[in-house]
Design a protein around this ligand. Structure first.
Ligand SMILES: [Zn+2]
Length: 98
């Protein structure tokens, strides 16, 4: 039994491991961007380049803990930033002297 799958082991290792890794990464990234994790994981397991496509995609909705939606300009900013990176920087200190 083992002898029959031996020739395929290399194929499984070369294509299987990157496929599973890509699918797992896509699942995480898609969840953080309010996108469909299953669809992205399936596509990425076949074409791992989609992990990078997804990484640079904007979220579809605000995801608490990951992406913040700015009501002023409609853009998304990293949650950690604490503000909008496009229109009003976080912890903006007014250094204007009266
Ligand atoms: Zn903004």
């Amino acid at each position: 039994m083992m002898e029959s799958i031996k020739p395929f082991l290399g194929v499984i290792i070369v294509f299987g491991i990157p496929g599973i890794t890509a699918a797992a990464l896509s699942w995480v990234f898609a969840r953080r961007r309010a996108r469909n994790p299953l669809a992205w994981a399936l596509v990425s397991s076949i074409l791992p380049v989609f992990v990078f496509v997804l990484y640079f995609k904007k979220p579809l909705a605000e995801v608490p803990g990951h992406f913040r939606h700015c009501l002023a300009c409609g853009e998304f900013s990293p949650w950690k930033y604490g503000g909008c990176i496009y229109c009003k920087p976080a912890n903006q200190e007014s250094e204007r002297t009266p």
